[in-house]
Design a binder for this molecule. Structure first.
Ligand code: NAP
Length: 273
């Protein structure tokens, strides 16, 4: 790679960012297409991220990803944004910056990859969690399904997530067995299973044999939730699915090129070690 005065710079902005797989993913695609660009991670600790991102918008970046806890600030800092939460920023030719959210659509792409018929098949969704990722996925699924049950340790957060959606309902965190039995798609969108954050015993034996089980945690790649689903030979989506597809959509927004998702999966599995 030769970096010159015209090399395009892209960045990931968030806190923390040092363990992110996005630089590996995007620099891999940049190399695949021989682009004169580089993608770096910029840690931003701030109580006023909107101002800092607004200042950054004045530099000549080509694009940026924004991750927790700054996705709302990114949408506010952009000159125009498709929603109130943005994980992608794009610098336009006229000097303005646009905000996009590829998280929910990226999850849908990963679902369509393993179940192309999901729209006819998924009527009832059980969403484990009601944090930022759960809400983004539910917003993307919402128009295509009958019901999304939010089950969350903190009930008030589940209430708020469900209230915001036509299809939204609440299931008590201690009533998971009923939710597992009714769902066509179960999305594990809590931090449970990540690193040392041990999972409760998921009631996987109650699940239908046709259910699709998706976990968005990717460290480890096979979480307790996915291991339980594998033991029942259920259809499964791991956390790299959403990560890679949200990234592929971002890359296309910046460069107008659809990158190779399979190559990214190989590189990211290697990076996970
Ligand atoms: P967040 O907004 O902080 O939400 C965290 C969620 O986990 C909340 O529902 C929280 O419940 C729940 N939780 C945390 N500890 C728990 C525990 N001990 N028992 C039960 N529930 C617990 O985080 P987020 O941004 O939504 O991210 C959630 C996970 O998804 C993270 O692991 C993140 O790395 C992953 N993620 C993956 C992708 C991808 O592309 N694969 C994208 C985004 C996020 P409370 O409300 O009760 O605290």
């Amino acid at each position: 790679m030769t970096i010159s005065g015209v090399t395009k710079v892209l960045a990931l902005i968030g806190d923390p960012v040092s363990h992110s797989l996005s630089p590996v993913m995007h620099n891999g695609w940049i190399a695949d297409h021989g682009l004169d660009a580089v993608y770096v991670a910029l840690p931003l600790k701030s109580d006023d991220a909107e101002s800092e991102i607004r200042a950054l918008c004045r530099f000549g970046f080509a694009g940026a990803n924004v991750t927790v806890p700054h996705k709302r600030a990114a949408a506010s800092a952009a000159d125009q944004s498709e929603g109130v939460v943005a994980n992608v920023l794009r610098w336009e030719d006229d000097g303005t910056v646009s905000g996009f959210n590829t998280d929910g659509p990226g999850f849908i792409d990963s679902l369509a990859e393993i179940a192309p018929d999901w729209k006819g098949r998924v009527r009832r969704v059980l969403m484990l969690g009601a944090g930022g990722a759960a809400v983004a996925i539910a917003e993307a699924l919402g128009p295509h399904v009958d019901t999304i049950y939010f089950a969350n340790r903190t009930q008030s957060r589940a209430d708020a997530a469900a209230d915001a959606l036509r299809a939204g309902r609440v299931l008590r965190w201690d009533d998971l067995e009923r939710g597992f039995g009714a769902a066509d798609l179960i999305v594990q969108a809590t931090t449970l299973g990540m690193g040392a954050n041990a999972s409760p015993p998921w009631p996987m034996s109650a699940a239908k044999s046709t259910v699709i089980c998706a976990d968005i945690v990717y460290r480890p790649l096979e979480t307790e939730f996915l291991r339980a689903a594998r033991e029942r030979r259920l259809a499964r989506i791991d956390g790299l699915g959403m990560l890679i597809h949200q990234g592929a959509r971002a890359f296309e927004l910046w460069f107008g090129i659809k990158p190779d998702v399979e190559k990214a999966r190989v590189r990211l599995i290697e990076a996970l070690g």
